[in-house]
Design a binder for this molecule. Structure first.
Ligand code: SF4
Ligand code: F3S
Ligand code: FES
Length: 253
């Protein structure tokens, strides 16, 4: 069974743009990306869209559907309000390249700012041993497909361009948390305090745990509860630990 649905699609580039309205056929079982492909095939051959897997695994097709950050390939038309028009816009937090395609290089720059895992001294990779609980924690964070929807929705940068230089965003604070809680990471031995660095270098204090990042994550990673809040607690523990305080006073002499 098919019907005609009104799509309002933002068309434009870095200079500006506007909405263009299309009436397009929608069939049972289709997702929003199917409709975008139909538009390209029938009415808007030059409509720019980024996609790859159509299976929710490459993280390419991120956009905003009726103002909500989502993967177009994982949003079934049947989940949208019936009989209403559908609005498609590019992710708001990143600069537009063209139509629904944004420049997400901000995220790659932030990824490079997080120091890598420091291997434990005296152990070769095959000799690593970890409790299952620690493995499971890392595995949850490793489900990330780098769609950057959490980065897009976080109000700290979504509404405040000026915060971008000092704020890594939930995806990369989650990476810092993963490494800080990793039992084999030897960053401490190199003088790197990851939870303190989260505060000082990656803007952890800007996050006021609104939880929007967790709500939009297509991999259902519990970013706020499992990464951001524990990282805040660890940073506070370090800051107010009297031994850490005494050590920092002595080391500054
Ligand atoms: Fe996307 Fe979730 Fe990874 Fe954020 S944490 S980039 S929302 S998969
Ligand atoms: Fe932003 Fe997520 Fe914190 S949306 S404010 S990083 S809980
Ligand atoms: Fe790969 Fe949507 S096309 S996640």
């Amino acid at each position: 069974m098919s019907n005609l649905t009104t799509f309002r699609v933002w068309r434009g580039d870095a200079e500006g743009g506007r909405f263009t309205t299309y009436e397009v056929e929608v069939n049972e079982g289709e997702v929003v990306l199917d409709i975008v492909h139909r538009l390209q095939a029938t009415q808007a051959p030059d409509l720019a869209v980024r996609w790859n897997c159509k299976a929710g695994k490459c993280g390419s097709c991120s956009a905003e559907i009726n103002g909500r950050p989502r993967l177009m390939c994982m949003t079934r038309m049947s989940t949208l309000p019936p009989g209403e028009s559908v609005t498609l816009t590019p992710m708001r937090t990143f600069p537009v390249i063209r139509d629904l395609v944004t420049d997400v290089s901000f995220n790659y720059a932030k990824a490079r700012e997080v120091p890598a895992f420091v291997p434990p001294p005296g152990l070769a990779p095959g000799e690593y041993r970890m409790a299952q609980e620690d493995v499971a924690r890392s595995q949850e964070f490793r489900k990330c497909i780098e769609c950057f929807l959490c980065q897009d929705v976080c109000h700290v940068v979504r509404d405040h361009e000026e915060n971008k230089p000092v704020y890594a965003g939930p995806r990369f604070l989650m990476r810092v948390a993963e490494l800080d809680m990793h039992p084999l990471d030897a960053a401490d031995d190199t003088g790197l305090d990851r939870s303190r660095s989260a505060q000082d270098d990656h803007g952890l204090g800007y996050c006021n745990i609104t939880r929007c990042c967790t709500d939009v994550c297509p991999e259902h990673i519990t970013i706020t509860e499992n990464a951001l809040i524990p990282l805040k607690e660890r940073a506070a523990d370090r800051k107010y630990d009297p031994l850490v305080w005494l050590g920092s006073k002595i080391s500054r002499r």
